[in-house]
Write a protein that binds this ligand. Structure first.
Ligand code: DAH
Length: 357
């Protein structure tokens, strides 16, 4: 019995000293394994007197249980220790600033389009869309551009081969103006829309691309007049370029679908060959506009004695290039990531009127 007490206390010391599960297992095997100290003693029980056997058996079993319990407890303690050490080692300082993943960039056309939507959205305009492949009627005829009108050639239009000899001639739309027609044909006035979208002309140099983007505007109401046109476009120019007193000039012009028509110029200076938008000696043309021609209203089934309104159209690349100082149009479509990283915008910097775009 004494011998067992001694064994027990030395085993308990070993268990307490074990630093890892491997060491614990070694103790267990040495005691409880096939050739273990307790197992060996168990085998000798058979040779004892019943009384002594009972007592020795109980003592051995008690030792076995105590040891197994101690090993389990030590195991749990070691696991807790390991976990605490790991938690200590792997602490996260939540007060550190985040490390943003390398972000992609928003293309300047998308950004500019969002800016247009934000500005005109604030003025109560909604966004309308139409097809890129148009028929002759919507792209030209309904806009008061008759068959023989030179504008049809001026546009350097991409005509599509007819599907059948007598099918209507289809074109890649040369401007977003056909969506004026589609909207007036399908929606009762009052109408207040902008139409951003792709447009196509056979034209290609540093400032022209065969595919480019325009935004159209259309307001039809019983009392929409030239003053509204001017106010809307002056506000737009100043908000878009972020210059609250930007000079804006309306210059008489001609478009078949508006009467009267006006080209809109903004103030700029070109001193030292450097273009700077704002107060200056020069003017820069940025968009076309006018009061919707009564014939266009009638072509869409709108009573021109009751309704009137104004329209405008501009090139999105052009105003983006002016605002962001981009000299060449061609890289817009090159998908060169170096260009996009330089001229692009971060996804979270979405334009908003509240922040001044
Ligand atoms: N559609 C014209 C173009 O592509 C731009 C334009 C001018 C649109 C005057 C209009 C407008 O709505 O009123 O050159």
């Amino acid at each position: 019995m004494e011998d067992l007490d001694h064994l027990k206390s030395s085993l308990m010391d070993e268990v307490a000293a074990a630093r890892d599960p491997g060491a614990l297992e070694a103790v267990r095997v040495r005691v409880l394994g096939k050739k273990g100290a307790v197992t060996q003693r168990m085998k000798t029980l058979g040779g004892l007197e019943p009384e002594a056997r009972k007592a020795a058996g109980q003592a051995l079993n008690a030792l076995k249980d105590a040891l197994a319990g101690a090993i389990e407890a030590r195991k749990t303690a070691l696991a807790d220790e390991a976990l605490s050490a790991r938690l200590e080692r792997e602490t996260v300082d939540v007060t550190l600033p985040g490390r943003p993943a390398p972000a992609g960039h928003i293309h300047p056309i998308s950004q500019t389009l969002e800016e247009l939507v934000a500005i005109f959205g604030e003025m109560g305009f909604s966004v309308a869309e139409g097809p890129d492949i148009e028929d002759d009627f919507h792209n030209f005829t309904a806009l008061n551009i008759p068959q023989e009108h030179p504008a049809r050639q001026d546009h350097d239009t991409f005509y599509l081969p007819p599907l059948t000899p007598d099918a209507a001639r289809m074109v890649l739309r040369t401007h977003t103006s056909p969506v004026q027609i589609r909207t007036m044909q399908s929606v009762e006035p009052p109408i207040r829309i902008i139409v951003p979208g792709r447009t196509y002309r056979a034209d290609s140099d540093a400032t022209h691309s065969p595919m480019f983007h325009q935004v159209e505007g259309l307001v039809i109401d019983e009392a929409a007049h030239m003053g509204h046109l001017k106010g809307t476009l002056i506000d737009f120019c100043r908000a878009f370029f972020g210059i609250s007193d930007l000079p804006v000039r309306f210059r008489p012009s001609y478009f078949p679908f508006t009467e009267p028509s006006a080209e809109v110029d903004i103030g700029c200076s070109r001193e030292g060959g450097q273009l700077k938008i704002g107060h200056g000696k020069d003017w820069l043309e940025i968009l076309g506009s006018g009061m919707v021609h009564p014939k266009v209203l009638e072509n869409c089934g709108i009573d021109s004695t009751r309704y009137q309104g104004f329209a405008f159209g501009m090139g999105i690349e052009r105003i983006a290039m002016l605002k962001y100082g981009m000299p060449d149009l061609r890289p817009f479509y090159d998908s060169d990531l170096r260009w996009l990283r330089h001229y692009g915008f971060l996804p979270l910097e979405t334009p908003s009127m509240v922040r001044g775009l």
